[in-house]
Design a protein around this ligand. Structure first.
Ligand code: FAD
Length: 479
């Protein structure tokens, strides 16, 4: 049920869900089926999240080329559209106060909604890939290539794809199925990872279907004749000399002890996804470092309940669980909230959640295999060359951060104050994880001891006119 602006004054509900990806949609369906009053806010024009973006309105002549994992999402979106949740599309949440009231930008003004329980389901983002030249024009993430494809049917001919992980291979395969020429796939997966991943193989076999799909993608790419360079390191993206404006036009790398150089107009980078923590961080939830997935994640119990009593977290923003895992989590979290709201008895909650809990255990074992095989190289997370830009918004390179560290900036927030690293429009999303890992390395300690930037509202970009129209904003004290 899509809501209109007039209906937004002083709205309230039992459960507020932020995000309409697989996790948020499944949470809404489950909660509505059991009689809860639900509001969903999501910042895109249509529901679906990253994986099912535009599934019911694809600009492509044949959306089947995106794969059955994509088209199957149509069923979930249809169930979501048919459920009784009040849904606000293109609604971007930018603050949640201590009083549980959420503020969101909607059609140019800020609206308020209060809820007894909040589910944060705002998904993942691509892991930063700080290598030489990653900040130059003509370099984007492979996820951005997929967003353009799914949203507008736009592709880039003859591009070079660089990195590691299933999503990278999926996007290359989607390009190839469309008949778009890919100049090369430069695969940075380390040889040693294959050996380490085999230790996880027995546990991963329960998800044989997923493994077969992954192998199928690699075979598809090889069979297309696209040049594939494997076990690549020492990547450097650069602009042609004297080019104005400066824009990336070549990549140089080491492959099998040879230096290879390729010219291209477009480079797409990807080395996995990590939770998008701008919301959970600015809400002041407790977080911890996940050494297997090499990322921060909110600290949750088995039901997705966070350290703040009325806030739960589901899907890829809790830990990387994938689309099916996100749906399972959405269901589990919603069932728990129905119990907390006295709409379900404890035994019924447990009974309804059994299957999803079991599936999560299996998926987590498979995830351990994926995390081990596609673990990004240290050098691609913690650059060593002083000229590599770490904070793209404020153009702070490694040398500048090292200097500030030498001048007593031992934590992310001191480093931010001294260099402006993390103060730009992305609010630290593109440098935060790198800064935590770099400081841990320089201090010779664990990442958990280093911490992360303090984030505050607004958690999304907000224009001053909209902010000025507000009379009161309840504070968020746990920051
Ligand atoms: C760029 C990218 C592309 C991906 N493509 C694929 C793919 O093709 N196949 C695959 O298997 N996996 C893909 N993934 C992995 C994907 O994250 C999961 O498979 C799955 O989509 C996770 O579901 P989710 O519900 O947790 O989050 P998401 O699907 O990411 O949904 C999050 C939702 O939150 C909304 N949101 C975020 N912030 C706010 C805010 N402040 N206010 C309101 N709404 C907000 C978003 O609009 C979105 O609707 C991709 C990940 C990324 C980052």
């Amino acid at each position: 049920m899509t809501e209109s602006l007039q209906e937004t004054a002083q709205i309230s509900c039992d459960i507020l869900i932020i995000g309409a990806g697989p996790a948020g949609m499944m949470a809404a369906i489950t909660a509505c089926e059991n009689g809860a009053d639900v509001i969903v806010l999501h910042d895109k024009p249509s529901p679906g999240g990253q994986i099912y973006r535009n599934v019911d309105n694809s600009p492509l002549p044949d959306a089947n080329i995106l794969g059955e994992d994509y088209t199957q999402g149509g069923e979930l979106v249809a169930r979501f559209n048919a459920c009784s949740a009040r849904v606000f599309s293109s609604a971007s949440v930018w603050h949640v106060g201590d009083n549980g009231e959420a503020l969101f930008s909607y059609q140019g003004t800020t609206q308020r909604v209060s809820a007894l329980e909040i589910i944060v389901a705002n998904g993942a983002m691509e892991r930063p890939f700080p290598i030489e030249g990653w900040h130059l024009p003509n370099v984007m993430s492979a996820g951005a290539a997929q967003v353009m494809l799914k949203s507008d049917g736009i592709v880039s001919d003859d591009a070079v794809f660089i990195g590691t992980g299933p999503l990278l291979y999926l996007i290359v395969a989607q390009y190839l199925r469309l008949g778009v020429k890919v100049k090369a796939l430069i695969d940075t997966t380390e040889k040693a990872n294959y050996l380490k991943a085999t230790q996880q193989l027995p546990k991963a076999f329960a998800q044989l279907g997923m493994m077969t799909k992954g192998l199928g993608l690699l075979n598809e790419i090889r069979a297309s004749g696209t040049p594939c360079y494997r076990f690549v390191k020492d990547i450097q993206i650069s602009a042609a000399e004297h080019a104005k404006p400066e824009q990336a036009s070549q990549v140089t790398f080491q492959c099998a002890n040879e230096t290879v150089t390729l010219q291209a107009d477009q480079f797409f980078l990807h080395q996995g996804v990590i939770p998008n923590l701008n919301i959970t961080r600015s809400l002041g939830l407790a977080h911890h470092w996940n050494a297997q997935q090499l990322c921060w994640q909110p600290t949750l119990d088995n039901w997705g309940a966070s350290s703040v009593p009325y806030i739960s977290v589901a899907g890829d923003c809790s830990a990387i669980v994938g689309a099916i895992g996100a749906q399972n989590m959405g269901k589990i979290v919603a069932l728990n909230l129905l119990y907390r709201l006295d709409r379900l008895k404890l035994e019924k909650r447990d009974e309804l959640a059994t299957r999803a809990m079991q599936d999560m255990q299996q998926l987590n074992r498979f995830r351990a295999f994926i995390d081990s095989l596609y673990r990004p190289r240290d050098i691609h997370r913690m650059p060593e060359k002083s000229s590599v830009v770490v904070c793209r918004c404020e153009e702070q390179n490694l040398a500048q951060l090292e200097q500030a560290f030498g001048e007593q900036a031992s934590g992310p927030n001191e480093l931010k104050l001294m260099t402006r690293c993390g103060m730009g429009p992305c609010q630290g999303r593109m440098c935060g994880t790198t800064v935590s890992e770099l400081l841990a390395k320089w201090r010779n300690t664990g990442v958990a001891n280093v911490g992360y930037y303090h984030l505050r509202s607004p958690m999304r970009l907000l224009n001053l006119e909209e902010l000025a129209k507000l009379e009161t904003v309840a504070p968020r004290s746990a920051q």
